[in-house]
Design a protein around this ligand. Structure first.
Ligand SMILES: *[C@@H]1O[C@H](CO)[C@@H](O)[C@H](O)[C@H]1NC(C)=O
Ligand SMILES: *[C@@H]1O[C@H](CO)[C@@H](O)[C@H](O)[C@H]1NC(C)=O
Ligand SMILES: [Zn+2]
Length: 492
């Protein structure tokens, strides 16, 4: 449609006039958050996973499609209200494309591949006799050098029981004793085998492994003890390669660029599933807040939304963003809210804070308690994208509703789909987020300054120190990351 010049001018006047008449308030923003709209976004993210290989993970087409979905709103539809850009970065992508273990009669055995499992020669894999190792459930089997004394694994596949120490530690010792690969059998009975990680830091130092059920491992152990040569095939087809991925940053054109209220959620899922609670719930909340905020005017502070990439690989996107901020840019971020897993099917209402969180936690708590929710407080761990902001001393708060049993039994699994959301919990949390945002976007009362602990990053020594600090933070994150979970990531 073509608008005559005079009409366009009138339109412009009219829009500025109404804009000042519609100031942002907590009540209005809260009322704008609707369960149906959150459902609509999560339906779309679930559909993206369904049509892109079942996930929205870093390095996979489902993540790219998720980025396009957010951009369609932030950049295409609402470009008059927001400045949006993609921040690209690279990270090591890993995936086991195929894993196979065949027993002595050629039979297929149930097997899982840990993350960062190195490949065997292809296409045949490793075909070799098993060499047994002693079971030690107290210190862990195959965890210490003395437990390998007298084991000649040269040219063989070592048979080792799982448990106590990291699987990667067992693999290092097996490799040192000449093994071509390792068959680890589970410490618990049954075919439900939890997938551990070998850790990105061990790339290049390990040999291939297959993790099989306890029952199969024990049967093979008995046969080896009876003097039989038990020949087994292990095939691992895996890749490690650098892939590019993105953070999406969208901020209001309105508001003082020196006073920024920031909200973050991660847009990537794990490879195992669609990631609808983790963290479609937070991503949808941010998208609905962005959609609502565009209607208002008269808020003095800039609002910046971040959809992080590669969180599940160790908070990679958010740490990239925070490590690249200059001191001046970090100073401008007056507050950071993190929303990761806020619609768990059996929710707890957990708020992570530190002594520099100011009024943020109370703003969330007030609303949740008024809605009859019981709120728990805890310290920040290393489980989500707040880490980089907390490191920078930026006042921060994180809300989450729990990962794993009993809160979210589908955590990091294929069943983290549309059925894995408590819609009332998600709506209440999104409304709490709306109120807290509206309040801080209009007033910073009750928010302290950034706590600066590091020396100036402008000096050469300061730069080196800051580099070491960020490397340490990334290292810690890649080990300890469990997505708002209180425990440690499974390496054992
Ligand atoms: C990512 O890696 C590619 C290929 O090596 C390179 O061209 C690109 O500049 C890298 N991007 C960033 C943000 O470092
Ligand atoms: C928070 O704790 C740190 C370390 O214990 C201390 O240096 C800082 O002054 C405290 N900040 C506030 C606002 O109480
Ligand atoms: Zn998460």
């Amino acid at each position: 449609m073509k608008i005559p010049r005079s009409a366009a001018a009138t339109l412009l006047l009219w829009s500025t006039a109404t804009a000042t008449e519609n100031p942002l308030t907590a009540d209005k923003l809260e009322a704008d958050i609707k369960t149906e709209e959150l459902q609509n976004v999560l339906w779309n993210l679930n559909q993206i996973a369904l049509t892109h290989g079942g996930n929205r993970a870093f390095g996979e087409p489902g993540f790219k499609a998720s980025v396009d979905f957010v951009l369609e709103r932030a950049q295409t539809r609402f470009h008059d209200q927001f400045d949006t850009f993609l921040q690209p970065f690279n990270h090591t992508y890993e995936k086991t494309r195929q894993i196979k273990v065949n027993g002595p009669a050629g039979e297929d055995v149930v097997v899982v591949s840990p993350q960062y499992n190195p490949a065997t020669p292809l296409p045949g894999g490793v075909i070799a006799a098993l060499v047994d190792t002693p079971v030690d459930d107290e210190r862990g089997s195959g965890c210490f050098a003395d437990q390998w004394e007298g084991v000649d694994a040269t040219g063989k596949l070592a048979l080792v029981k799982r448990g106590v120490c990291a699987v990667a530690d067992k693999l290092k010792l097996a490799k040192a004793h000449g093994a071509l690969g390792v068959i680890v059998y589970n410490q618990n009975p049954g075919n439900a085998i939890v997938v551990p990680t070998l850790g990105a830091e061990n790339i290049g130092q390990l040999i291939p492994v297959g993790i099989i059920p306890l029952e199969v491992g024990q049967a093979w152990k008995t046969r080896v003890a009876a003097g039989e040569s038990v020949k087994v095939t292990l095939l691992v087809d895996s890749i490690f390669e650098t892939r590019e991925t993105w953070n999406i940053i969208a901020e209001t054109k309105q508001g003082d660029p020196d006073k920024v209220i920031m909200l973050g959620a991660h847009l990537d899922s794990v490879q195992e599933g669609a990631g609808i609670n983790d963290d479609g719930s937070g991503s949808a909340t941010l998208l609905e807040l962005l959609t609502a905020v565009r209607r208002y005017n008269g808020f003095p502070h800039k609002i910046r939304f971040a959809w992080w990439g590669a969180e599940e690989s160790g908070l990679v996107g958010s740490l990239y963003y925070t490590s690249k901020l200059s001191e001046a840019e970090a100073d401008k971020i007056k507050y950071y809210f993190n929303y990761d897993m806020i619609g768990s099917p059996y929710p707890e209402y957990s708020i992570a804070t530190n002594n520099n969180s100011g009024v943020g936690p109370q703003l969330l708590e007030e609303y949740l308690v008024a809605q009859g929710r019981q709120v728990e407080f805890g310290d920040f761990g290393s489980g989500s994208d707040f880490v980089g902001f907390v490191e920078l001393g930026i006042p921060s708060t994180a809300l989450h509703t729990g990962a794993g049993e009993p809160y979210d039994p589908c955590y990091h699994q294929a069943c983290d789909n549309l059925n894995n959301i408590d819609w009332e919990a998600l709506t209440v949390n999104a409304k709490a987020a709306a109120r807290a945002l509206a309040r801080l976007a209009t007033s910073l009362e009750g928010v302290g300054p950034r706590q600066k602990t590091s020396p100036s990053r402008r000096t050469r020594r300061g730069v080196a120190q800051s580099f070491r600090r960020w490397a340490a933070v990334a290292e810690e994150a890649s080990h300890g990351h469990t997505c708002a979970h209180k425990g440690e990531k499974l390496v054992v």
